[in-house]
Design a protein around this ligand. Structure first.
Ligand SMILES: *Cc1c(COP(=O)(O)O)cnc(C)c1O
Length: 360
């Protein structure tokens, strides 16, 4: 068996020990004689798994008691609609900050439900920076302010939590949740798909302040009404049981590594290795402004894009896959989530130097 260094943006690499535990428990989970996939979601075995997943995630993120933690389905793109359906709360407008491909999708979807005020946009600069908070034109009557904390495609990440006063801050954290400690109390709602930094696709995490729920638009599907989901302990309908089980193993792995502070150190070290190298060469370039470079997704280009194919082929020969940039922007992208070991980034940088020496 050979495992590759998988730089996929998502679904992404998982910690090897988690996969090993899942393999060992595949046919018989803890003496139950069943795979987790075969369990009733209302049986005591699965309830214990779901409870542990909830408890570990609460502990890792230090989620305050007045926040609900919901396990949903539909991914972040479904949340783009579910958020306005639940969060307008009688208002008719919401503020959105436009920082790239994922923000644009959030804006477009929200426009079906409310008046969207794009309070700031990084479009003019080619989506390579975060508009400074001082320049945001916020609407005091907005139901919420929406940001994407890490633009997975553009590689642009907030390294601050914007203060938006008493209007709830809503964040799509799909690709940087659990990469570092955050202050949940500064947000009204946080959401994200699991397949970047948590576990398998199919599970969506929502963390929402409890006073904000219970006023969903009447046409909101029950399965997507945060109040209904919360009142039923995320089991209004069958939850993605296996994905929750794997997520619980990942949460345990993060805790065993030292929690989110340890993740932040590990992620900063990996990203520094790559960005520091990128800054020493003109053979490769990274378009993103230094103060908002993503620690999770590092986009870079080769000076001559005709070499892209040879680069990807050489990387693959050395056991590194999924380095091709998103089709909308081209170039390369190294996604280096929690589960990417330092060794993977070292191997990448060594190959980049070798490739430059050959072709530079
Ligand atoms: C991957 C991603 C999405 C899309 O998530 P789905 O689970 O495919 O709906 C949305 N936002 C961000 C920031 C992402 O990284």
């Amino acid at each position: 068996m050979t495992r590759v260094f998988n730089f996929s943006a998502g679904p992404a690499a998982l910690p090897e020990s988690v996969l090993q535990t899942a393999a060992a428990e595949m046919l018989d989970w803890h003496g139950s004689g069943m795979s987790v996939m075969e369990m009733s979601h209302r049986g005591k075995e699965f309830i214990s798994i779901a409870d542990e997943a909830q408890a570990l995630l609460r502990e890792l993120l230090a989620v305050p008691a007045n926040y609900k933690l919901l396990f949903m389905q539909g991914g972040a793109l479904a949340e783009n609609a579910i958020v306005p359906m639940n969060m307008l709360r009688g208002k008719t407008a919401a503020d959105y900050i436009d920082t790239g491909e994922w923000s644009k999708k959030s804006i477009k979807e929200a426009q079906k439900y409310c008046t969207v005020n794009v309070a700031a946009s990084a479009k003019a600069g080619g989506y390579t920076s975060i508009p400074p908070r001082a320049e945001w034109q916020l609407n005091p009557d907005a139901a919420y302010v929406h940001i994407c904390s890490n633009e997975t495609i553009g590689g642009v990440e907030y390294h601050f939590t914007p203060d938006v006063g008493s209007v709830p801050l809503v964040a799509d954290m799909s690709s940087d949740i659990l990469s570092r400690p955050i202050d949940v109390a500064k947000y009204g709602l946080i959401y994200g798909g699991a397949q970047k930094n948590i576990g398998p696709a199919g599970l969506t995490i929502v963390i929402v302040r409890d006073d904000l729920i219970g006023q969903a638009l009447p046409a909101t599907p029950s399965a997507f009404d945060y109040k209904t989901v919360a009142d039923n302990d995320s089991m209004f309908n069958t939850p993605p049981t296996y994905a929750i089980y794997i997520a619980a193993l990942v949460f345990k792995w993060i805790k065993d590594q030292g929690g989110l502070a340890a993740m932040a150190t590990h992620n900063a070290a990996k990203a520094a290795l790559l960005y520091d190298f990128l800054d020493t060469t003109t053979f490769y370039s990274c378009p993103v402004a230094r103060d908002c470079r993503s620690l999770m997704n590092v986009p870079f280009r080769l000076k001559d894009e005709k070499l892209d194919e040879a680069f990807l082929k050489g990387a693959k020969e050395r056991g590194m896959v999924q380095l091709k940039g998103h089709r909308s922007v081209g170039g390369m992208r190294a996604s280096i989530y929690n589960a990417m070991p330092l060794e993977g980034v070292k191997t990448l940088v060594a190959f980049m130097k070798e490739f430059e020496a050959q072709h530079g």
